[in-house]
Design a protein around this ligand. Structure first.
Ligand code: HGY
Ligand code: MN
Ligand code: MN
Length: 400
């Protein structure tokens, strides 16, 4: 097997979490294009170079470590959520680097490494790999803004001194991404490896209700055009209407809400909120979209609110490649006999976008208590090392 070096891998993984360390547990604050993100990418480029890879930043700041010949691509992302864990994305990047380096050191198969930019969607949904895979043009991406109104073009300009052209995907013959599960199932079952069968689809949009800002003391309830009340009514109605459409695996989230002017004594005139939903079936996502649009319009009409709905971003449900999966399954059986499973991914990953370009697969390791997108995110280091060995074993099998 490719002789990976677990101590070196773990040491670098801990070094990476220094960039944007939150000071709470092992958490990080490393959103795309933040100072911490750019510094982390420059550090990562140094480690890739030291491993003998040719480094290249593409126009949006995704960082590649290229083997310089037809190679398997492995990696994930190194940007984080506004409050992120130390492993989400980072694990896949550092595991890929360790396998690529150990393989290179021992004359093994060529492996290239990638850290995609803005997988966490500060500006959209897996923005860097969505652009790289051609699903979103750079021009269209440049129109995106984050929740504070910062434009993607403006943000990525902060890396302009580092970036070059897009990397040609034809030099890769497949993609494998190692990632934490970010859910409870492996951890609760006491298993250490998950081989992903498919990744759910996602839809994401920003919705705005505009009413009338007014005095919270003198404005009678029946005369208000209260944007928050519109949001509250909308939320109650979609929860009721989704009941006969969804399954226990379907999820939907209003994770961002901004009320204007956000004051105790003022009836909110504007409510801007994110509406995100995910499911493994594209038809169900479409039916939920209809309910969302119809219900928003219905509430706006009833409450004399103006409604505006931003562009809908999304990715389709994606099956993982059977051949790559078989290599992961064989390696998992060898490294963790009886302690692995096939499973779906409820989280989105860059692998969804890369799978449109080449055969792709994913490998999960457990998340303690199923926690992720929180500073408390963590994984037992023995599971991190087991996952690394499965990754290396799969690369070996693919070469065979
Ligand atoms: O939201 C997701 O599924 C991913 O972690 N960005
Ligand atoms: Mn991730
Ligand atoms: Mn994430």
């Amino acid at each position: 097997m490719i002789p990976v070096n677990p101590e070196r891998f773990l040491a670098e993984l801990h070094e990476l979490r220094r960039f944007g360390a939150s000071g709470v547990g092992k958490g990080v604050v490393r959103p795309a294009y933040s100072k911490a993100d750019i510094e982390a990418r420059q550090w990562l480029a140094g480690r890739m170079k030291a491993a003998g890879l040719k480094t290249h930043f593409d126009p949006v700041g995704s960082l590649f470590g290229l083997a310089g010949e037809k190679s398997l691509l492995m990696g994930s992302h190194s940007d984080s959520q506004p409050e992120g864990g130390w492993l989400d994305g980072a694990l896949g990047v550092m595991a890929a680097l360790e396998v690529a380096r150990a393989s290179r050191e021992t004359g093994g198969p060529p492996v290239s490494v990638v850290s995609f930019q803005d997988e966490e969607g500060r500006f959209g949904v897996t923005t860097g790999s969505t652009v790289w895979s051609g699903k979103l043009s750079l021009e269209a991406a440049d129109e995106l803004t984050d929740r504070d109104g910062v434009g993607f073009a403006e943000a990525r300009a902060s890396m302009a001194h580092l970036t070059g052209d897009f990397v040609d995907p034809a030099q890769f013959d497949g993609f494998i991404e190692m990632h934490i599960e970010q859910g409870p199932w492996l951890y609760e079952a006491g298993e250490s490896v998950g081989v992903v069968e498919s990744i759910v689809g996602i839809r994401d949009m920003r919705i705005t209700f505009e009413g009338e800002q007014n005095h919270a003391g003198t404005t009678p309830m029946h005369r208000r055009r209260d944007a928050f009340q519109g949001l509250a009514e909308f939320n109650a109605r979609i929860n009721a209407r989704f009941r006969n459409v969804v399954t226990p695996a379907t999820v939907w989230t209003i994770g961002h809400v901004s009320l204007h002017p956000d004051a105790h004594s003022i009836v909110p005139g504007r409510a801007v909120f994110s509406m995100q939903w995910r499911d493994g079936d594209a038809g169900r996502l479409a039916r939920m979209e209809e309910i969302i649009r119809e219900t928003a319009q219905e509430v706006a009409t009833e409450r004399e609110l103006d409604l505006s709905i931003g562009p809908m971003l999304g990715l389709e449900p994606m099956d993982m490649d059977a051949h790559l999966r078989a290599a992961l399954e064989g390696a998992a059986e060898e490294a963790a006999p009886g302690r692995w499973r096939r499973m779906p991914s409820g989280a989105l990953h860059d692998a969804t976008n890369v799978a449109r370009l080449m055969p792709s697969a994913m490998l999960f390791v457990p998340s303690i208590d199923g926690i992720s997108h929180a500073f408390e995110e963590d994984t037992d280091e023995r599971d991190l090392v087991a996952g690394l060995k499965v990754l290396a074993g799969a690369v070996e099998r693919l070469q065979g």
